[in-house]
Design a protein around this ligand. Structure first.
Ligand code: FES
Length: 65
């Protein structure tokens, strides 16, 4: 699904970028351009970033103790 209409960026591309080490909004802005034009996608991008970080924490068992 398209998250950033201005730059035609999908949630998959955002998740792939996070997996490749894009761990902050600054990284995602720089690499994909999200949030750099109208800014309407920023909230959704932040939500995806938070979701991915939580999933990574759970996958590594850090929250299971
Ligand atoms: S929708 Fe992402 S900058 Fe406009």
């Amino acid at each position: 699904m398209y998250v950033c209409i201005c730059h035609a960026v999908t949630d998959r591309e955002i998740r792939a970028c996070i997996d490749d080490g894009g761990g902050s909004m600054r990284d995602l802005r720089k690499q994909l351009g999200v949030g750099t034009q109208c800014g309407k996608c920023a909230c959704h991008v932040r939500a995806i970033l938070k979701e991915e970080k939580s999933a990574a924490l759970l996958a590594h068992g850090s929250l299971s103790a």
